[in-house]
Design a protein around this ligand. Structure first.
Ligand SMILES: Cc1cc2nc3c(=O)[nH]c(=O)nc-3n(C[C@H](O)[C@H](O)[C@H](O)COP(=O)(O)OP(=O)(O)OC[C@H]3O[C@@H](n4cnc5c(N)ncnc54)[C@H](O)[C@@H]3O)c2cc1C
Length: 478
């Protein structure tokens, strides 16, 4: 369908001022921060209601027009770029927090609600409960990050964000509207059991199986006292050793490790090239909370105990530095005082390019993965910027290798592509699985995926979306 004809047809469903086909808009939606080649949509629509989405889906089926759901488009995997043209369904203006249930501790939200929105809302109206926040900017979508199996600063306790979801309202590619979880039966969306778990038809499917129009996400008590501290550690291996030990105490809300380039960027160096051998190789941050000062003191004592034991076995680490003290030394660290936050050193470095190989996998393989990643990054001329986090009490961990680059520099962009592929292959070899899986990584994962699993994914896709209208091309489902 020609752009003008498409726009006229869409304008019978969505008011014309929310149907966009101008060059500037289509160009803006044609690329993201990553090295993924640009791909242009035919139109962008700003949806406001579930019923508009139902009508859009019906129209898309009749006319075989692809629909790509999107909010802030910061997934860093090219997941909102249209592989076959079509219409970007921009959900940023579906932004209502419909309900907060303090007793059952969940929020029922629309898909455009951002981490910034939910944080401000809870602070003002429900200060006794809290949510968890990723390191992504405050304007990114809660619902999208849950759909993508993302991680946040309570993932150490509660796992990937899909595990924080109690249920959803979903417009299927057929135009039917289903509700998953307890909310399918009860007016209280208290959990996703005890009915067959249909949430799995949405999580990590990259918008290929339906459009979520409501989501119930879990909240937790907001304990009155909180401590955040940093440890400067000799090497990344020492850092991982410490993180595993801290994890087993079961007392932290969040534990993270970052290699030296992140520390340097925090201190204002735009693209750190190398480090002095006397400088720390990594830093670890620890986050915990408590009800009374004695509980905090006890946890502080435990931090010192774990550290002393690790040092006795050769781990090199400075004493913990409290966030409030480090902020006095360098106010840039104030970014870590409160989430959600904007890590401007990843976004405003001048080149515009940001990409990563983000994986979940065995924490036992962290040392080897980080050593190999360091070599691969050096070979391609990038600093070894890595973020690692234990997840779900340490049952698995995040291993993420980040690259900032100049998008205008074609040679550098190509080096990033090669580097990510090598990193991806290496991580898969060590048992990690790539999340928010970009197209290049899907190919690698399919080489290893149980073939019956992929065959079943294709059958489910065919059943739900026989005309292949939803984000076609992703996960190689047709
Ligand atoms: C500096 C920086 C730091 C980051 N840190 C983190 C981090 O700590 N943890 C983390 O997990 N991520 C992180 N990210 C990645 C990203 O920001 C998050 O994944 C973010 O929450 C995604 O939200 P979004 O609004 O950009 O989603 P989008 O990119 O718009 O969408 C993501 C995917 O979900 C699909 N989708 C979106 N809405 C719907 C819907 N309603 N129904 C069906 N499908 C839908 C889209 O089609 C797409 O496949 C970071 C990104 C940046 C730039």
């Amino acid at each position: 369908m020609q752009s003008k004809e498409l726009s006229e047809a869409l304008s019978t469903i969505i008011p014309p001022d929310r149907v966009l086909i101008d060059d500037a808009t289509l160009t803006e939606y044609s690329s993201d921060m990553t090295e993924t080649p640009p791909a242009r949509p035919d139109a962008v629509v700003k949806a406001h209601t579930r019923d508009e989405i139902v009508s859009l889906v019906r129209f898309a089926n009749e006319n075989r027009v692809p629909l790509i759901p999107a909010v802030a488009r910061t997934n860093l995997g090219g997941l909102c770029l249209p592989d076959h043209g079509g219409v970007i369904v921009d959900l940023t203006e579906m932004r209502r927090i419909i309900e907060v249930n303090e007793n059952e501790m969940y929020a029922l939200i629309e898909p455009g609600v951002t981490f910034g929105d939910i944080s401000a809302y809870l602070k003002e109206k429900h200060p006794s409960i809290r949510f968890g926040y990723p390191l992504s900017p405050p304007y990114t979508s809660v619902c999208a990050n849950c759909i993508c199996d993302g991680l946040a600063n309570l993932s150490m306790r509660h796992g990937a964000m899909s595990e924080w979801v109690n249920g959803m309202e979903v417009v299927l590619p057929s135009g039917e509207v289903i509700v998953t979880g307890a909310g399918a039966v009860s007016p209280v969306w208290f959990g996703h059991a005890p009915i067959p778990d249909l949430d799995g038809l949405i999580f990590s499917w990259q918008g290929t199986t339906g459009i979520v129009t409501k989501m119930a996400v879990q909240l937790w008590p907001n304990l009155p006292l909180r401590k955040r501290m940093f440890l400067l550690v000799g090497t990344h291996i020492d850092a991982f050793n410490l993180m595993r030990r801290f994890c087993r105490t079961m007392m932290f809300d969040d534990i993270g490790g970052m290699t030296w380039p992140t520390g340097k960027m925090l201190f204002g160096i735009k693209r750190p090239a190398g480090k002095d051998p006397t400088e720390p190789g990594a830093f670890v941050y620890l986050d915990f909370s408590g009800n009374i000062p004695e509980e905090i003191d006890c946890k502080l004592k435990m931090v010192r105990t774990v550290l002393a034991r690790a040092r006795a076995e050769g781990v090199k680490s400075e004493d913990p530095i409290m966030l409030e003290d480090i902020v006095k030394l360098n106010e840039r660290f104030a970014k870590f005082a409160e989430f959600p936050t904007t890590l401007d050193f990843l976004l405003d470095h001048g080149g515009g390019g940001l990409t990563w190989v983000g994986t979940y996998g065995p924490t036992a393989a962290w040392d080897e993965a980080a050593n190999r990643a360091e070599q691969i990054m050096a070979k391609h001329g990038f600093a070894p910027t890595m973020v690692l986090r234990p997840m779900k009490g340490g049952h698995f961990g995040v291993f993420r290798v980040i690259t900032i680059f100049d998008k205008k520099d074609a040679a550098e962009t190509e080096r990033v592509r090669q580097c990510n592929r090598e990193l991806g292959r290496m991580a898969l070899d060590l048992g990690f699985v790539i999340y928010k899986t970009p197209a290049w990584a899907v190919e690698m994962m399919l080489e290893r995926m149980n073939p019956e699993t992929h065959a079943l994914m294709k059958r489910i896709k065919k059943l739900l979306d026989p005309n292949n209208i939803m984000n076609p091309g992703k996960w190689k489902l047709s």
